[in-house]
Design a protein around this ligand. Structure first.
Ligand SMILES: [Zn+2]
Length: 266
């Protein structure tokens, strides 16, 4: 079925809709009494509109759905739900994880995808920065900042290389800094990587720059002059908002560069 969807800027376009929209329509229709309705069917209890129930990460949503839900409800922070915590086990949350579950928050964040369409994303971050991060992503959305996708790193089995190579925006992952025995800020959910394929991490190893992910090589050098999507520079909106909120940007580090990386400064 085709219906009108909105871009992040409010303009409209046509797109084939997902099953979720059909389900929402069925739900609305069920409020009316129709001759076809099964009289024996028990009415479904009315539940408050919940993104957690209805929208999955990566799902493009219509302006009508956003309006029904309320834009403020498209940017939420909750304690880690049971289903999410189960999904994290052995992935972003290994057996030797030293955090408490209550140290983390589960965020649902609307963002503008590659085509400028509103898309649902999810992120796990430290409770200390959760509200700040929600506020930043709300402003990024309002100002049509493009983020290709935002899935939990557990969808990549906790493999950061795979997540980066897929240009996936993520935060919490209990792990060591690649190639070292140091605990990363990501282990505490205190760092966020944005559009990592186009903003690679470039540590210096044996005196040479090492591009991670490897398919980020075309975006690793000559960044002042090179033109490509999702490029984070000092003047980039995400960079400005994160810095203003008290985060440090990896692109400003003197030796190694981590253009995708924003970390909370204690
Ligand atoms: Zn990072």
């Amino acid at each position: 079925m085709a219906m009108t969807l909105a871009s992040c800027g409010g303009a409209t376009y046509e797109e084939t809709r997902s099953n979720n929209s059909a389900a929402a329509k069925t739900e609305r229709n069920s409020e009316k009494s129709t001759p076809d309705a099964k009289q024996t069917e028990q009415p479904t209890p009315q539940k408050p509109t919940s993104l957690t129930d209805r929208w999955t990460a990566g799902q493009v949503v219509s302006q009508a759905e956003i309006d029904v839900t309320g834009i403020d409800n498209c940017f939420t922070s909750t304690e880690i739900p049971d289903a999410i915590f189960a999904k994290m086990q052995g992935k972003s949350w290994p057996d030797n994880c030293t955090l408490k579950r209550s140290d983390l928050r589960y965020l649902r964040l609307l963002h503008c995808n590659a085509d400028g369409k509103p898309q649902m994303g999810e992120l796990v971050v430290n409770q200390k920065i959760a509200d700040k991060v929600v506020k930043i992503f709300r402003e990024l959305y309002d100002r049509q900042y493009r983020i290709e996708k935002m899935h939990l790193i557990d969808e990549y089995d906790g493999n950061d290389d795979a997540s980066m190579a897929d240009n996936n925006t993520s935060s919490f992952n209990f792990r060591f800094v690649p190639g070292t025995k140091n605990i990363s800020k990501h282990s505490y959910g205190l760092a966020i990587d944005i559009n990592p394929l186009y903003n690679p991490y470039i540590p210096i190893r044996n005196g040479k720059p090492h591009v991670m992910p490897p398919n980020g090589e075309p975006y690793a050098f000559n960044r002042d002059t090179a033109q490509f999507p999702y490029k984070i520079t000092r003047d980039d909106l995400a960079c400005q908002l994160f810095r203003k909120a008290g985060f440090n940007w990896g692109g400003s580090w003197p030796r190694s560069k981590d253009y995708q990386h924003f970390q909370w400064v204690e």
